[in-house]
Design a protein. Structure first.
Length: 203
């Protein structure tokens, strides 16, 4: 009976939200990007950050870096494309943090010491149990219990990889997880990048 009620509630909710494009439009874009996109933190709640260096990797020898992939192409036609804006924001945040730690982009005629890559996933979740609701609240979720149960919420994970350019092997990895601010997920980027790279050794 409970499952029947929830199915009915979610069906009715879906009908009433059909014209609300905030999630339906940009969530697929976010999922598709991370080869292009990224998102992370306008801190709705606490960021959960993890990082680790590969065993035996000497990060102290790193001086210069390059990107694993070029930025998304910008054009007048794509000027308002959220994927392009998000990619730009992520890359600028990473460049800024690395510069503050003493690293520089490689010169055009010189090889890089390490390569930077990033990725992101967005997962839709529901507070189906009391435990789910406790986790949601602890992570900074603010929707009413009924709304988080029926509509659900979105949790984003941003991953950052540093690859040794000499060996092609992963040298350092970090990730940041947070409940996404559905009104403005872009502003969460700087916080996530800053929190992850705070754990990366400076020159």
């Amino acid at each position: 009976m409970l499952e029947g009620w929830r199915g009915k509630a979610r069906t009715e909710e879906a009908a009433s939200l059909k014209n609300k494009c905030v999630l339906s439009n940009w969530m697929p874009i976010l999922l598709a990007i991370l080869v292009c996109a990224t998102a992370a933190c306008g801190t709705l709640g606490p960021l959960r950050v993890e990082s680790h260096a590969a065993p035996g990797e000497d990060l102290a020898r790193f001086r210069t870096y390059d990107w694993a992939a070029p930025p998304l192409p910008a054009s007048p036609r794509r000027r308002d494309d959220p994927a392009v804006a998000l990619d730009w924001r992520v890359r600028n945040a990473i460049d800024r943090e690395l510069s503050g730690k003493g690293f520089a982009r490689r010169a055009a005629d010189a090889p890089a010491d390490f390569v930077v890559d990033y990725d992101m996933t967005v997962t839709q979740k529901h507070t189906d149990t009391i435990g789910d609701l406790v986790h949601y609240r602890a992570a900074g979720g603010s929707k009413d219990p009924g709304v988080s149960y029926v509509e659900g919420y979105h949790e984003g994970t941003l991953r950052l990889d540093v690859i040794d350019a000499r060996t092609g092997q992963l040298a350092w990895h970090a990730s940041a997880r947070a409940i996404l601010d559905e009104d403005d997920p872009h502003r969460q980027v700087e916080d996530a990048v800053r929190a992850m790279l705070a754990r990366f050794p400076s020159r």
